[in-house]
Write a protein that binds this ligand. Structure first.
Ligand code: SAM
Length: 482
């Protein structure tokens, strides 16, 4: 059954699938993952859950009113994210902590969602801690109680190939990542790329837990190693919280960091210019609310020198779709230097946005400055405006990020990804109603589109995936929008 369903998902007959396995390492890896559910149990490596309680939750409960996201990045059958949920619940943070479990294996995820476990899942030394949250079943198994289950959502994600950070999956600015006992399966190149992508997904000050036998990630991304009485963990520096407004960064060494959702490796939606304002939106409330000046609405002339880059607002890009796709792929793999080298002197429409994303992977403050310069020459560039919002968000400038998103929507009011990101920021700022309003608009826009269409601005999500993300957003009403 499992082999049939993996083949079906790949759109192949069993014979074609068998041939593919012989040729493709990736297919073989996916099949292996499907056939073996990873070894895991409740409160495995209990020291990590102690750090979570003592160093993360206690401080969060004291200092922050915002929600906190935890990502269990190879969660297998779910014991790991449910253990984190139990600790959050006990810390009184049950309704402020959101836990996302992902894995490559559908079978493991099905088991995780069912949340019914044999006593074998409670074999760890600290697993007894889970018992009060498990209800005995007639067949001798245990089911995780509803209040813990409801704190966790599950999603399929291949750490080696899928893009992240990923706004549409909620995997951006994550405060805690568990990525334990999975890196051992990867080649050195993949480990390096995963390290950078995990780093980019963490919020400043965020924590990463690896398994005891996992390879070190310290040389692939600028993590800080933290020794606590509960063991070792990695952290992303909080240095980026230093005021980064222009003129205030002198003397500050910015760590290599970015929380940008990277582009998908899939083809973009065409390279045509993305939307001048239509007649009826030119005076829209959102544009005025964003403080969009008259100059912003006027297309600039051709060619303008901006620092080290000759900026040509090349609306048709002039750059071939294949080149754009290879740049997206390099971004997804975290090869920012390559993208910067390859886009030197060929900055235009979408390429400008890719260049800023790449720079944000190395130096977010510099990316912000570059983005502002590029936008002053090309103010109607929608992908670039959207990237500006993400860079600002990455730098902790939520209000400015909101303004940038309003400008995106002023220029092109159907940008579902901009609406979704806007909802996420509004929700984090405690503006539930505004968040719900944006989600409602996004959902109704999605309903009019082909579910398999790829959305153009963010991490390559389809309309169908976006609808699912909207519906599991914390600000989405339980009964839906009527
Ligand atoms: C040993 S389990 C680890 C479970 C849990 N993190 C723990 O430490 O107890 C490894 C998990 O990694 C998953 N896995 C393997 N390759 C993966 C990939 N490329 N992306 C995401 N998950 C993957 C497997 O399906 C399996 O569920």
């Amino acid at each position: 059954d499992t082999i049939c369903s993996v083949a079906r998902e790949a759109g192949l007959t069993l014979t074609e699938f068998a041939q593919r396995i012989g040729r493709s390492q990736q297919t073989l890896e996916e099949l292996t993952a499907e056939l073996s559910i990873g070894e895991t149990y409740f409160f495995r490596e209990p020291a990590h859950f102690e750090i979570l309680r003592k160093h993360v939750f206690d401080q969060w409960a004291r200092d922050c009113s915002q929600p906190l996201t935890i990502w269990s990045a190879a969660c297998a059958s779910g014991e790991e994210p449910y253990s984190a949920a139990i600790v959050a619940h006990e810390a009184g943070l049950g309704d402020r902590v959101r836990i996302i479990g992902t894995d490559i294996s559908h079978r493991a995820l099905t088991k995780a969602r069912e949340a019914v476990y044999r006593p074998w899942s409670l074999r760890g030394l600290a697993a007894d801690r889970a018992r009060p949250y498990l209800a005995p079943q007639p067949d001798g198994r245990w089911k995780v109680k509803r209040r813990i289950r409801e704190m966790v959502t599950f999603d399929r994600l291949n750490l080696a190939n899928d893009p992240y950070p990923a706004v549409s999956r909620g995997l951006v600015d994550v405060q805690v990542i568990f990525c334990r006992n999975v890196l051992i399966y990867f080649d050195p190149d993949v480990i390096a790329a995963v390290a950078r992508k995990l780093y980019d997904t963490l919020a400043p000050g965020g924590w990463l837990f690896l398994g005891a036998s996992d390879p070190s990630l310290a040389r692939h991304a600028p993590f800080e190693l933290v020794m606590t009485d509960g063991g070792i963990a990695y952290r992303k520096s909080t240095a980026r919280r230093i005021d980064v407004r222009p003129g205030r960064t002198q003397g500050v060494t910015e760590p290599r960091a970015s929380a940008l959702p990277v582009a998908s490796e899939r083809a973009p939606q065409g390279s045509s210019p993305r939307c001048a304002p239509s007649g009826d939106s030119a005076g829209s409330a959102s544009g005025q609310a964003a403080g969009l000046g008259a100059d912003d609405r006027r297309p600039s002339g051709a060619g303008k020198e901006c620092g080290d880059v000759a900026v040509r607002p090349d609306k048709g890009t002039g750059v071939g779709g294949e080149v754009v796709e290879s740049l997206r792929k390099a971004l997804q793999e975290g090869d920012y230097e390559h993208v910067l080298r390859a886009t030197e002197g060929m900055v235009g429409g979408e390429v400008a946005a890719l260049r800023v994303r790449a720079l944000a992977g190395l130096d977010p403050a510099a990316a912000r400055t570059l983005c502002e310069r590029l936008l002053s020459a090309d103010p109607l560039n929608v992908p670039l405006r959207y990237v500006q919002a993400l860079v600002l968000l990455d730098l902790g400038e939520s209000t400015l990020a909101l303004q940038a998103l309003h400008r995106v929507l002023f220029l092109s009011r159907d940008e579902v990804e901009a609406l979704f990101t806007l909802a996420t920021i509004q929700d984090r700022l405690g503006n539930r109603e505004e968040a719900a309003k944006a989600l409602r608009t996004a959902e109704s826009l999605c309903a009019r589109r082909d579910p398999d269409e790829r959305l153009p601005l963010g991490d390559g999500a389809t309309v169908r995936e976006m609808i699912a993300a909207i519906q599991r957003h914390p600000a989405y009403p339980a009964s839906g929008f009527s």
